[in-house]
Design a protein. Structure first.
Length: 176
């Protein structure tokens, strides 16, 4: 079911999410279905459970050919539960991000270029990947949601934060 997406300012988005204790339950699958429906309805690259008001450590992401990120690398569709991130090296890179909870805007955010992430799929199977570039960026953005961090809180130069229409005039950017 498509759920309303909480927007920046809602206190739930600033909370630390609780870990999932039981996998493969009807409740977890229902949550994942709602997240998936909501993300797809908004053409999002990812979504975290707190964005639909559920303060659990559950994120999903995936980028095929997404009109929001026309030049972006593709990212495999992934459900990631109770994630743990480990940066590889100190190198960071800046890149544009948007968020379903900050609709109509974009900002330049520094992220680790490379990292290892671990967690679980909906059935409790372990996930362990080493990724870089846009995949690494998306994982960092989504897991930040579970710590109560929204991307504008990481922007270094607020001149590189603004409305899509002003930043990218004439470009077709699907609103999240
Ligand atoms: Ni977001």
């Amino acid at each position: 079911m498509i759920k309303p997406v909480l927007r920046m300012g809602d206190p739930i988005l600033f909370k630390r999410a609780e870990p999932v204790m039981q996998f493969d339950t009807p409740e977890l699958h229902a949550l994942l279905q709602d997240m998936d429906d909501t993300m797809r309805s908004k053409n999002g690259a990812g979504i975290a459970a707190p964005q639909i008001g559920v303060s659990l450590q559950v994120v999903m992401f995936g980028v095929g050919a997404n009109p929001r990120y026309p030049d972006a690398e593709q990212v495999p569709y992934t459900v990631l539960i109770n994630p743990a991130l480990e940066p590889i090296g100190a190198e960071m890179e800046e890149g544009w991000e948007g968020c379903l909870s900050v609709p109509g805007m974009r900002g330049v955010v520094p992220r680790y270029s490379q990292l290892r992430y671990r967690g679980f799929d909906p059935f409790g199977n372990a996930i362990d990947r080493t990724v870089s570039g846009f995949h690494a960026r998306v994982v960092q953005h989504e897991t930040d949601h579970l710590s109560g961090i929204l991307y504008p809180m990481r922007i270094r130069d607020l001149r590189q934060f603004g409305f899509n229409e002003e930043l990218f005039p004439g470009q077709q950017i699907v609103d999240e």
